[in-house]
Design a protein around this ligand. Structure first.
Ligand SMILES: Cc1cc2nc3c(=O)[nH]c(=O)nc-3n(C[C@H](O)[C@H](O)[C@H](O)COP(=O)(O)O)c2cc1C
Length: 331
């Protein structure tokens, strides 16, 4: 490690926007709404990126997208809104709407490997059309007036470096202010060891920050990836699910894991925020995917796990979590 290498706790800037530290929440589709981002910020993340939002849905002012995906909490700044799309004019308009909603940064998704997205020419498919990718980035900058970042894969299939090459062009020709680099081929989905050596090559080559994503399943894995990759910052994705304390560990605010009571309180906070966001009925359904992430931490028995998943409504779920707050025999 060179003497000048910053710590994860050191601040940095993306296109002039100050970021308090180098530990970020990655974009997570269907998950990274305002309260998940706020949770990451409460626990120390320097920046949270939203779940991907369709530039078309913004452009055509889809009511549900505006109401549910473009809500920002006053305490979550700085925040980046991630857009996806395949049309520069629509991207310009979507980015303008995201900026008006209060985004501090715009991120463009050029990494999504899902066929439904790639088929439209968006996500990782943009690696096959670098000129369009550059146009999208320029249009997002012009439309929003904000710094624009791009998150992308290393390539489409193993051995392909088209994402690496595109990242350089985006920074040098389209004025992109940072690159989120997920050094796995799109065809590999989220499996396999990310190529941190390639990330190092990119970080050495670019003047703008490179933020590494992939394989950051724990604080230890994130620290290792930060060193191995030479990146300017790390982006925690699956490692943050049910474990916002990973941000505290990485920013020096905590050493050990949270107690069962802390996890239960945190989950109750999530339940309350989800109800605020979606109303009790939809929140109850939405949270079913969240509960298992917290099961281990709240020490939930098989019976409690099953009951929580089958619970009739949000208040019953709250009772079950509340009961798990105090380990048996301690009360
Ligand atoms: C459920 C899920 C949803 C995701 N949604 C997005 C997304 O909307 N935009 C994006 O750029 N990446 C998305 N990703 C990719 C992550 O941001 C991250 O790059 C990937 O999970 C690798 O990091 P990890 O191995 O530490 O989880 C998603 C990943 C998962 C597991």
């Amino acid at each position: 490690m060179s003497a000048t290498r910053p710590d994860l706790t050191d601040p940095f800037e993306i296109g002039g926007v100050p970021i308090a530290n180098r530990v970020l929440l990655a974009p997570l589709a269907g998950i990274g709404n305002w309260f998940v981002r706020l949770q990451a910020k409460r626990h120390g993340a320097g920046l949270a990126v939203s779940e991907m939002v369709s530039s078309f849905a913004l452009h055509y002012r889809n009511e549900r997208t505006l109401r549910e995906l473009l809500v920002l909490h006053p305490d979550e700044h700085p925040v980046s809104i991630q857009l996806f799309g395949h049309d520069a004019e629509v991207m310009r308009s979507g980015a303008e709407i995201a900026a008006a909603a209060g985004a501090d940064l715009i991120d463009i998704n050029m990494g999504c490997p899902v066929p439904k997205v790639r088929k439209t020419g968006a996500g990782a498919q943009l690696l096959r059309d670098p000129e369009l990718a550059l146009d999208l980035a320029r249009a997002a900058r012009e439309g929003s007036g904000l710094p624009v970042t791009v998150k992308l894969r290393s390539g489409i299939s193993p051995g392909d470096r088209s994402g690496f090459d595109l990242a350089i062009r985006l920074a040098e020709e389209a004025g992109v202010s940072a690159i989120g680099f997920h050094p796995r081929a799109a065809t590999k989905g989220h499996a396999g060891k990310p190529d941190y050596a390639l990330t190092r090559e990119l970080a050495d080559r670019l003047d703008v920050p490179v933020i590494v994503s992939g394989g950051l399943s724990s604080a230890e894995a994130a620290r290792r990836a930060y060193e191995e990759s030479g990146a300017d910052a790390v982006m925690i994705a699956r490692g943050s699910l049910g474990n916002p304390w990973v941000f505290e560990e990485l920013t020096g605010r905590r050493e050990g894991p949270p107690s069962q009571a802390e996890v239960a309180s945190e989950l109750l906070w999530v339940v309350d925020r989800a109800e605020e966001h979606l109303g009790a009925e939809r929140a109850h359904r939405y949270l079913r995917k969240f509960y298992p992430w917290y099961f281990e931490g709240i020490g939930a028995s098989k019976q409690v796990r099953d009951e929580l998943q089958r619970s009739a409504d949000l208040n019953r779920a709250r009772e079950l979590i509340e009961a798990a707050r105090t380990p048996v025999g301690v009360a």
